[in-house]
Ligand binder design. Structure first.
Ligand code: C6P
Length: 406
């Protein structure tokens, strides 16, 4: 199927509007993506026609929603090539998935003197949950270094792995640098020492083909809202052998088998980790979003976004005093930069008035920004519906903004 960006844009109603009487140019896709009409239609259809709580009723509507939710689970399984659909746990998003693993894994496997390893480029959501459990159980958080171009320092990575390490957590794609990490190599290094890995796929699944079995990931997590699905739905993939060993996380309905006041037994996978009424309509809409990506073609999406990144990076390098943060050879469609003596926030605010949405600040990677010794960056991040024309407009307006701020 050929990739036609005009056709794709037509499927996203939010893109066809003006802000401050200027055409919207949405370049904040790493924060969240916009939703295609078919995903919006699914939400509408389920709330208009089918809504009923799942796994609880014998009636028509409940059965319909239950089937659709389990079908969405299968879609997720196929999308990331998991071996079993019960290895897919629905959560609220990446952050909740990491917290679920951190807390249950620590309860079972972490004791005083153990170590957990993360990298310097992690999002706060893949640092703080580990820091919290380290504090609780007396373990230590170790940090793997990076090179100035934004690649993981493999010597530092390998040096961090020792017999005290219980788990390594790293991102597949950095939300700030855009670096695409060689997750297969990182996983294989950890596995050589029998250390399991958690991979943060929040910025990866929407841009690149993910095969959790080929990577041999023990845990892989992502958020629906960054891949054209609604907010409030996300995924925890865990290998069956790990999910079986972990204790339940939250207690409540659905995650139980039998409850008495004396003792409760727990449900089978994946329901053991899905306490309470889940966001089942969100899950169904996530299935629709993944079908949208699949039918558009992840390879075509990647090629389009790579072309946008190369085009934008070339143009932006021509500005005096600009520094791109993150220049790894394998890079996803994120362009973060700083400009001498100008605060990123000022650039963001002035660009906004021209209809351009970018993100400014530390993008929830404060330790990474500290390491680069910058207070924040301006970040433009591209998705499948962005165009070269939008980048031309962005560059033109950036030039004017810099002129004003000089
Ligand atoms: N990054 C950004 O603008 P949640 O909020 O749970 O959906 O995702 C958290 C998260 C975890 N890991 C990575 C690599 C991420 O990029 C994010 C979210 C957004 O970069 C919001 S801070």
């Amino acid at each position: 199927m050929s990739f036609n960006v005009a056709d794709i844009r037509n499927q996203f109603p939010i893109l066809h509007q003006q802000v401050y009487k200027k055409d919207l140019v949405y370049l904040d896709n790493a924060a969240t993506t916009q939703k295609p009409q078919r995903v919006i239609d699914v939400l509408d259809k389920y709330y208009q026609k089918y809504n009923a709580n799942i796994h609880r009723g014998v009636h028509f509507l409940s059965s319909h929603c239950t089937d659709a939710t389990e079908s969405a689970r299968k879609t997720v399984q196929e999308f990331i090539n998991a071996a079993h659909s019960h290895e897919i746990v629905f959560t609220r998003g990446t952050t909740e998935s990491v917290n679920l693993v951190a807390q249950t894994f620590a309860e079972k496997f972490i004791k005083k003197g153990d170590e957990i390893v993360v990298t310097r480029m992690e999002h706060h959501s893949n640092i703080v949950p580990w820091q919290m459990v380290c504090e609780k159980y007396g373990a230590e958080l170790k940090v793997v270094d990076i090179h100035p171009d934004g690649q993981i320092n493999m010597d530092s990575f390998k040096a961090a792995l020792n017999e005290k390490v219980r788990l390594v957590a790293f991102t597949h794609v950095s939300n700030t640098l855009g670096t695409i990490n060689n997750v297969k190599e990182l996983t294989s290094s950890a596995h050589q020492q029998q250390i399991p890995v958690l991979i943060d796929g929040a910025q990866a699944v929407q841009h690149t083909h993910v095969d959790v079995q080929a990577i041999d990931a023990d845990f892989y997590v992502f958020s629906g809202h960054k891949i054209y699905a609604p907010t409030g739905i996300g995924v925890l993939y865990g290998k069956e052998k790990w999910l079986e060993q972990l204790p339940p996380w939250q207690g409540g309905g659905e995650m139980i088998d039998q409850v008495t006041f004396e003792k409760t037994t727990f449900n089978e996978l994946p329901f053991k980790f899905e306490a309470g009424t889940p966001n089942y309509i969100g899950a169904i809409a996530l299935g629709e979003a993944l079908d949208f990506v699949r039918s558009t073609g992840i390879d075509q999406i990647k090629a389009h976004e790579d072309a946008l990144l190369t085009y934008a990076a070339e143009k932006i390098r021509q500005f005096d005093g600009i520094k791109i943060i993150g220049e790894a050879p394998e890079k996803s469609s994120v362009l973060s930069f700083v400009i001498d003596n100008i605060h990123p926030y000022d650039i963001g605010v002035l660009l906004d008035k021209t209809g351009i949405a970018v993100r400014t600040g530390n993008h929830c990677t404060q330790p990474l920004h500290d390491w680069y010794k910058v207070p924040g960056t301006v970040r433009a991040s591209f998705a499948l519906y962005n165009t070269k024309k939008e980048i031309d407009y962005f560059i033109e307006k950036l030039e004017q903004v810099l002129e004003m701020l000089k």
